[in-house]
Design a protein around this ligand. Structure first.
Ligand SMILES: Nc1ncnc2c1ncn2[C@@H]1O[C@H](COP(=O)(O)OP(=O)(O)OP(=O)(O)O)[C@@H](O)[C@H]1O
Ligand SMILES: [Mg+2]
Length: 269
């Protein structure tokens, strides 16, 4: 099973490309995402799609982000240390580029798919996983799928990203290496991002809250009749997430000890 539970798998099959444009089903959050993408372009962050408007069939139109794409299980270029570290660097650049957007006058009027979390430091991508980036060789050069973008602290996004990239996943189709290797990869991600000491201390607990929030969201959406999430629950995605929470709880201490082990955790690269 590959984990793509943030919005249910139903949308996936409806994404299509025509030459250099990508058409994706839009939702109430898409206008906000387009404002975000316009802001990123102004900030000279060029690794995200450009917002090209909406068609008459309810699709958003985006520029195509060039690169190779992957999914779980992580094999080949996507599983390398270079991919891991460049992914973390790109997330840092993305967050830094969104900080001024959060401060802008228009920001308070925008609506997002996922609830805001305080403090609103940045606009989190919300699903910064190996299946939502583009690679050139082993280097992560692009990011797409901003449907789950929402304002929150940086560590909220880093926590979910580390969960997906370490990955601290217990399902055999998603896992990579043992706890030691996962913990080393988590540390490399935090170092490449430039995550602060205090954020590292709470990282495992934040991962657990973030995954629990996703499980709750899946249940809410399924109860509201959203087919993608109903199918996800039928396939046991929530059970897998809950197993991952248990795994993180069980190994919280050795993971955290290694994340904070003697380093200059500067918040700026
Ligand atoms: N702007 C883009 N540039 C390049 N490729 C894209 C872009 N948007 C989507 N894709 C491709 O289409 C696939 C599905 O797109 P996307 O991740 O946006 O869909 P989704 O169904 O919302 O995803 P998920 O399954 O992650 O919830 C991606 O894996 C990627 O290969
Ligand atoms: Mg995606």
């Amino acid at each position: 099973m590959t984990e793509q539970g943030n919005k249910g798998d139903a949308l996936h099959s409806m994404v299509h490309r025509l030459e250099d444009k990508v058409y994706r089903p839009s939702g109430f959050w898409s206008y906000s995402v387009h404002q975000l993408l316009i802001h990123l372009k102004k900030e000279k962050f060029d690794s995200a799609p450009r917002a090209l408007g909406f068609d008459t069939e309810g699709n958003e139109i985006l520029s195509y982000v060039t690169g190779d794409v992957y999914n779980y299980p992580l094999v080949g270029a996507i599983a390398t240390t270079e991919a891991l570290c460049t992914a973390a660097e790109l997330l840092r650049d993305y967050h830094d580029a969104t900080a001024s957007f959060v401060q802008s006058d228009q920001f308070g009027t925008l609506r997002w798919l996922l609830p805001n979390r305080e403090p609103r430091e940045v606009v989190c991508h919300g699903d910064y996983a190996p299946y939502n980036v583009a690679l050139n060789g082993s280097k992560v050069v692009g990011v797409f799928d901003f449907d789950t973008a929402h304002p929150a602290p940086r560590v909220w996004d880093v926590a979910y990203a580390v969960y997906c990239w370490a990955p601290f996943k217990t399902h055999s189709g998603d896992s990579l290496g043992d706890l030691t290797e996962q913990t080393m990869r988590a540390r490399l991600f935090c170092d490449a991002y430039g995550l602060s000491h205090e954020d590292r201390v709470c990282l495992v607990e934040t991962m657990i809250s973030r995954i629990q929030t996703l499980v709750d969201f899946m249940h809410e959406q399924a109860a509201a009749g959203h087919e993608g999430f109903i199918a996800n629950l039928k396939d046991g995605h929530d059970v897998t997430y809950i197993a991952d929470i248990k795994y993180l709880r069980c190994h919280k201490k050795p993971i955290t000890d290694y994340l904070i082990l003697s380093a200059d955790h500067s918040t700026h690269r």
